[in-house]
Design a protein around this ligand. Structure first.
Ligand SMILES: Nc1ncnc2c1ncn2[C@@H]1O[C@H](COP(=O)(O)OP(=O)(O)O)[C@@H](O)[C@H]1O
Ligand SMILES: [Mg+2]
Length: 321
């Protein structure tokens, strides 16, 4: 792979299961030595995309290259350059962490001595050196997932696919895995990570693509995505409930759309185009109308809002259904 090539390039990918498209015009580019996140709700097509890129699943149309090789025509070359951590790990409970890694090394045709050396290096890198001789059955969720990551790195892959790597982990396990993923990139690995968690994408990814019903509906850096939602908003809490409506009317001419009002929390939220002047104009308008208020702030939209906006709130409806 030459230095100016991307780790993954996908164009117009389509995959049909029994008459329904799981991927329908899916495009993706993962630059080298970065973490890209594919962020989307359950059923969006994330696992299908990863399995196709890892040569485990055929597709119906489109093109895909990984590490510069064509996924359909050069699957062996692709396979030699990738690692995959899926939702189900292929590790042995009774063996120790160290023994598991040696076993993987042997599977990949390393000599006994090479496999032992690689296992020791990886246990060190993934902060498992102290527990390497304990059986896997005694590992915490975060330790196991780090062992999965270590196993996927035996052959130092160029491109690593991580399909929802922190599902089912407690907060501590998640942050341990996040740190290991960050470390991988400093070794030059390109990572494509799928996730349903906005904070995970925000924490790890240089670039986020949002996938919904089989296609990418938006992409960019976390801050670019936030900017796409129409910029900044002013929010404040009206002191007296009976003044909430009047407060919204008083500031409405400053916004690009009608203010959003929440009577329960007494919050008024207003999208503005000119954040330099909007804050002081809002204070003036409220003072002139003799409305007292608290916590007047200017803030950027959150990634959650971007996500809900782009996926039409479906993710949230499913989660609460
Ligand atoms: N083997 C399969 N047979 C039929 N439909 C499938 C199969 N695998 C996935 N699907 C469907 O394809 C869509 C995408 O699934 P998937 O790629 O697993 O999404 P995600 O990983 O984002 O949750 C879903 O509607 C799912 O039900
Ligand atoms: Mg999945």
């Amino acid at each position: 792979m030459s230095s100016n090539k991307s780790a993954v390039v996908v164009k117009g990918l389509r995959k049909r299961y029994e008459g329904r498209y799981a991927l329908d015009g899916f495009d993706l580019t993962v630059p080298q030595a970065t973490v890209s996140a594919l962020l989307g709700p359950n059923g969006a097509g994330k696992t299908t995309a990863v399995r196709i890129l890892a040569t485990l699943l055929r597709f119906d149309a489109g093109t895909a290259t990984v590490a510069g090789f064509d996924v359909a025509r050069q699957p062996a070359q692709v396979r030699a350059r990738i690692g995959l951590v899926g939702q189900h790990a292929a590790v042995d409970e009774i063996l120790s962490g160290q023994q598991n890694l040696v076993m993987f090394g042997r599977l990949f045709h390393l000599s006994a001595r090479q496999a032992a050396r690689r296992a020791a290096d990886l246990l060190e890198q993934f902060d498992l050196a102290d527990t390497g001789d304990r059986p896997l059955a005694t590992y915490s969720g975060g330790m196991r997932r780090r062992l999965d990551l270590a196993a996927s790195m035996i052959l130092a892959p160029t491109v690593l696919f991580l399909d929802e790597p922190t599902v089912g982990l407690d907060p501590r396990g998640r942050s341990e895995v996040w740190q290991s993923i960050r470390d991988l990139v400093t070794f030059g690995t390109s990572v494509l990570l799928t996730t349903q968690y906005l904070d995970e994408a925000d924490q790890l990814a240089n670039h986020i693509d949002i996938i919904d019903t089989g296609k990418v509906v938006a992409g960019g850096t976390p801050s670019q995505l936030k900017a796409q939602l129409g910029g900044d908003r002013i929010e404040f809490i009206v002191h007296h409930r009976f003044q909430v409506g009047r407060a919204a009317a008083a500031v409405s001419r400053l916004g690009v759309a009608e203010p959003a009002v929440d009577l329960d929390t007494r919050q008024v939220s207003l999208r503005v185009s000119d954040k330099a002047t909007a804050l002081s104009a809002a204070v003036r308008a409220l003072d002139e109308a003799a409305i007292s208020f608290d916590d007047l702030t200017l803030r950027r939209p959150t990634l959650d809002e971007v996500f809900l906006h782009l996926t039409g709130g479906r993710a949230e409806q499913e989660a609460t259904a």
